[in-house]
Design a protein around this ligand. Structure first.
Ligand code: 9MR
Length: 359
């Protein structure tokens, strides 16, 4: 129930002021069912203890429309490409953190949390790594990469995608072929997580993948078995990132089941790269609702801000159009998070402040 309805005008005005305070201090509300409503994604997600983030490209930080939306709406940031191996260690032992530093320093200065993406991935991997054939060499190179990149940002990254997309598509439920699996064997994932835990014990360590949203998929089952095994043997893992790159229909019907089944293993789940072809408001609302219904679904990241920023721009999959205007899917997401879209809110504010000023 809306608390304003139970109160006289004067107290309603006081509550209105409180609501305004909450708007600028995300994270202070209780998340109780009738907590005051916010009008931005990050502030509203914070009311239930969650974050709402976006992928950020360093090359766009000079674009004022982009940064205005970024700082208004989002309280978590994932560098879209700047922390990947080809960007951070293009040749062996020679590290380059320029673009990643730009994103990290900017986010930190604004109190936005950071997701680190990603340490071990078969793609965007420099040729000097993929051509290694000796296991001891590759193990040393992988551990050094993880340790050096994590040390650079130690204590500043909320969650790290330690290993990305290691499982195969299709019916096998097994790891895909990659230099890591082929040279080090299936144990490379465990090795990577153990190394990551020593490098930054405060960071949450995630396994991140796509096409693991449908509970009945073999790939989902393969990742589930790995996480269950890690938890049973004490291999350090704290979260599973479900990328959520969806087609026009949005999430599969079993999405919430998948989230709760992973969560029941004792890990957090995060929606890490959300975009939906044509951005149907219903499809977005269904995705957000699934997360809201699972206590250990701790946050949602969309994979870009405007459609024109997206890796699949021709499908218009994001929450803002190319001019930076909110799309219908934006309001659907905000409402499903428990917030009130701006137009509705200003009406409500006018109504509740008729009783005069608070004293
Ligand atoms: O959005 C990223 C795009 O700019 C890059 O060209 C691409 C290269 O592989 O990676 C995109 O991000 C991917 C993410 O890192 C991992 N999951 C799939 C994402 C979309 O391809």
């Amino acid at each position: 129930m809306n608390p304003l309805k139970r109160l006289g005008c004067r107290r309603a005005t006081v509550l209105g002021l409180l609501a305004a305070t909450v708007l600028v201090t995300p994270g202070t509300a209780t998340g109780a069912p009738d907590a005051v409503q916010a009008s931005t994604l990050g502030a509203q997600a914070a009311q239930s203890g969650r974050y709402f983030g976006t992928a950020v490209a360093a090359g766009r930080l000079g674009d004022g429309t982009y940064t205005t939306i970024l700082d208004r709406e989002f309280n978590s940031v994932t560098p879209e490409n700047e922390m990947k191996w080809d960007a951070t260690e293009p040749s062996r032992g020679s590290f380059n953190f320029g673009a990643a530093d730009q994103i990290v320093n900017r986010a930190q200065a604004r109190g936005q949390r950071l997701r680190g993406h990603t340490l071990v991935w078969h793609s965007q991997l420099p040729g000097w790594v993929s051509s290694i054939r000796d296991a001891n060499t590759l193990r040393g190179v992988m551990n050094n990469h993880i340790t050096t990149v994590m040390n650079r940002y130690k204590g500043r990254i909320h969650s790290w995608d330690v290993v990305n997309e290691a499982f195969a598509d299709g019916p096998s439920g097994q790891l895909r072929s990659s230099v890591f699996r082929d040279v080090l064997g299936n144990g490379f994932i465990e090795q990577a997580f153990r190394t990551a835990r020593s490098a930054d014990p405060a960071a949450k360590l995630c396994y991140n993948d796509y096409n693991i949203e449908n509970w009945s998929e073999a790939k989902t089952q393969g990742v589930y078995r790995m996480v269950r095994d890690f938890k049973a043997r004490g291999v350090p893992i704290d979260c599973v990132g479900l990328q959520a790159h969806f087609g026009t229909g949005g999430p599969p019907a079993s999405f919430q089941t998948t989230l709760s089944n992973f969560a029941a293993l004792g890990v957090d789940v995060q929606i890490t790269e959300l975009d939906i072809a044509q951005a149907s408001p219903t499809a977005y609302a269904n995705t957000v609702r699934a997360c809201m219904n699972v206590a250990r679904c701790t946050g949602i990241t969309v994979w870009g801000i405007r459609d024109s920023d997206s890796w699949r721009a021709s499908e218009n999959p994001l929450l803002f159009d190319r001019n930076g205007n909110k799309k219908p899917a934006y309001n659907a997401v905000l409402t499903t998070l428990g917030g009130t879209p701006a137009a509705t809110r200003s009406t409500a504010t006018t109504t509740s402040s008729r009783g005069g000023s608070a004293s």
